[in-house]
Design a protein around this ligand. Structure first.
Ligand SMILES: [Zn+2]
Length: 265
């Protein structure tokens, strides 16, 4: 079946604003073919958006290595993210680390509002409030709204002391993260499940999933945790190991890991 028809069959409509989470490895097309089909599926009134986050560095490391963030800094998020960055007509947000990229009618509106002063996941929050849908293609975790719920509820975590330079200014990370494994704990209601380009995919309404997550996390903030990784065990104020000494150890452990990584990359 034609790729555009497959995208329509799962429930994507003309004029939709889509947040995309894509594992290209699961598909049988190229990233540019997929982007072109998605743009045709949403039409000239529609918009597609994806995260294109960039790596941050320990503040200690940045004292001697002035790593900078700019419009075309490559993303660690994979082929799809990097294809979006270079696709004709794409707009990338200017948040120094959690950069998003969008193409289509609302691209400028969504991306221009996301700056160094914004919440890291601001564009996802905008989509929740304006009828956005999340489309997962291939093996990816989450539905694009759990970070928004964590931000709205103000859940507290020991934030890694990392950052990057942008336009000569040092930007420090100021938001809590999550757990990629534990994000699978939420039972979501999907608008559609099917295959696109040979990969399993799901479509969900972002306002609905955010509402579910806010309701669940306000009852039990630890619901998104896997309970096994270092972050889940020690870094959150509702983690079982949330004690002052553990928090110091956690910061040292993270700094050690980052320094080890920076020597090998
Ligand atoms: Zn975890």
């Amino acid at each position: 079946m034609d790729l555009v028809n497959e995208i329509h069959r799962i429930g994507v409509k003309k004029g939709d604003t889509l947040n995309l989470k894509v594992s290209m490895k699961s598909t049988n097309v190229t990233a540019n073919e997929l982007i072109a089909a998605l743009l045709e599926a949403v039409g000239p009134e529609g918009t597609i958006m994806a995260e294109s986050f960039i790596r941050s560095y320990p503040l200690r490391y940045l004292r001697t290595h002035k790593k900078t963030s700019s419009r075309f800094t490559p993303s660690y998020a994979g082929w799809f993210a990097n294809a979006m960055i270079h696709y004709p007509g794409s707009v990338r947000s200017s948040h120094p680390i959690q950069r998003f990229t969008a193409i289509g009618k609302r691209a400028n509106e969504l991306m221009n509002a996301h700056t160094a002063d914004s919440y890291a996941y601001g564009p996802l929050q905008m989509l929740c409030l304006t009828g956005g849908k999340n489309l997962n293609i291939g093996k990816v975790v989450g539905v694009g709204t759990t970070h928004v719920a964590i931000g709205i509820l103000g859940l507290k975590q020991v934030i890694p002391r990392v950052g990057i330079y942008q336009d000569g200014e040092l930007f420090k990370r100021d938001w809590a993260g999550g757990c990629a494994v534990g994000f699978g704990n939420f039972k979501h209601e999907y608008l559609g499940c099917d295959k696109i380009a040979g990969a399993n995919c799901t479509l969900s309404d972002m306002h609905t999933t955010l509402t579910n997550e806010l309701w669940i996390l306000s009852e039990d903030p630890s619901y998104f945790m896997c309970g096994k990784c270092i972050d889940c065990r020690y870094s959150w104020e509702f983690s079982p190991g949330w004690k002052p000494l553990n928090r110091v150890m956690l910061s040292l452990f993270r700094t050690y890991n980052y320094l080890k990584w920076s020597l090998t990359n």
